[in-house]
Design a protein around this ligand. Structure first.
Ligand SMILES: [Zn+2]
Length: 387
């Protein structure tokens, strides 16, 4: 039996509060913790001792003297616990073992190869098993970013068309399989959470992450809160119609954003323009960026149209949210500044100028692990009350 079977104690309030303070502000002295927590010195001392006994907190040297002897500083031990993050929103299923700072320790990837339904579910089990087997510390839980409509509160994937999942209680099934707490959310929502905590969207009062790839969606964070929808559907802009009467989308409607800028749509349009398309569609945007730089007019047109379609959708977001920061994540980031320039131009054409002027468009900074980092946020906030 590996460490995953170990039962973790439920944090009690004083030590829970202290752990969070040490996580956010460490290295920090006990005296500063007394002030910050508003607790008595003996309570802080006892709670710190129990956190150290659990291996969650360590002493890391001495701080500057404030008159008397130099205080010992406390810090969270980032590798005291591990967690599993899963990103199901690509051509392949990706997962990582991560630490308490959401840093990747090791990765596993499983080829989806067109599997759907129960076969795709079996691959998720395989991915989790492979990562759990590599855990060297007690596992806190599993965070999953799933494509399509998800109901985070119930841990259900309502509809993921490409995986053939309908009303799949994925969190419950995976909990039964692994014995670990499992938390699930839409991949774009997790990307937004990660960018809000770790990336360029830090402390933004209103921000949106548009995640691009095979599917298109967005996560909206307003006043520090994720707009997930009740019970689901928040930020679901992939099926916003941006080209009336356009191509048929997987949802059954025509001209959705996803049917214009999703990877399959991008490949189709590239072929129509006589461009070569790689077998691995994830590599297509980088290839297009290279051709664009070489001055190929067909590619420039394709990139421009892609940015403009995103700009049309961004105008709807701005109309509802008011001034906000919009970040592009995922595959289309490879298209670089020409994509953003086209997006900005179209946004300016379609939205109210004063609102456009207080809005901002850019790329995420959280990197290609953005969904995995969001999955870590899910576990850390729910199990440890951190973040
Ligand atoms: Zn659609």
């Amino acid at each position: 039996m590996n460490a995953s079977a170990e039962r973790l104690p439920v944090r009690q309030t004083a030590s829970q509060l202290l752990l969070r303070l040490i996580y956010d502000r460490g290295p920090i002295s006990r005296a500063d913790l007394v002030r910050a927590a508003g607790l008595t010195a003996p309570t802080v001392s006892d709670a710190a001792a129990s956190l150290m006994a659990e291996g969650l907190v360590v002493e890391v040297g001495l701080g500057p003297s404030t008159g008397g002897k130099r205080p010992t500083l406390l810090q969270v031990a980032p590798d005291a616990r591990q967690l599993i993050g899963i990103d199901l929103a690509h051509g392949n299923f990706r997962g990582a073992l991560m630490n308490l700072r959401g840093e990747v320790i090791c990765r596993e990837e499983i080829l989806l190869e067109g599997h759907r339904g129960v076969e795709a579910l079996a691959l998720v089990y395989r991915l989790v098993d492979a990562l759990a087997a590599r855990a060297q510390r007690p596992l806190l839980g599993i965070g999953i970013g799933a494509p399509g409509l998800t109901e985070a509160a119930r841990g259900v994937v309502n509809a993921a068309v490409n995986l053939g999942w309908n009303d799949l209680p994925l969190a419950e099934l995976l909990h039964e399989h692994s014995g670990l707490p499992v938390f699930l959310s839409n991949d774009c929502h997790l990307a937004a959470l990660a960018e809000h905590l770790y990336g360029a969207g830090k402390d933004s009062p209103a921000m949106v992450v548009i995640n691009t790839g095979y599917g298109i969606g967005s996560g909206i964070v307003l006043g520090g809160q994720l707009l997930a929808g009740v019970p689901f559907g928040g930020g679901e802009i992939g099926h916003l119609v941006v080209a009336a009467g356009g191509e048929l989308c997987s949802c059954g409607h025509r001209g959705c954003l996803e049917s214009v800028v999703g990877l399959r749509a991008l490949a189709r349009r590239a072929q129509e323009l006589g461009l070569d398309v790689p077998a691995q569609l994830e590599g297509l945007p980088a290839l297009l960026a290279e051709r664009q730089q070489q001055g190929d007019p067909a590619t420039q047109q394709l990139v421009n149209e892609t940015g403009r379609a995103l700009g049309t959708a961004a105008a709807s977001l701005v109309a509802v949210l008011g001034g906000c920061r919009i970040f592009i994540a995922g595959s289309l980031m490879a298209l670089g500044d020409p994509l953003l320039a086209a997006l900005r131009a179209e946004l300016a054409l379609h939205a109210f100028t004063p609102v456009v002027e207080i809005s901002e468009v850019g790329f995420v900074q959280a990197g290609e692990d953005i969904v995995l980092r969001g999955a870590a946020v899910l576990v850390l906030s729910r199990v440890m009350r951190l973040l």
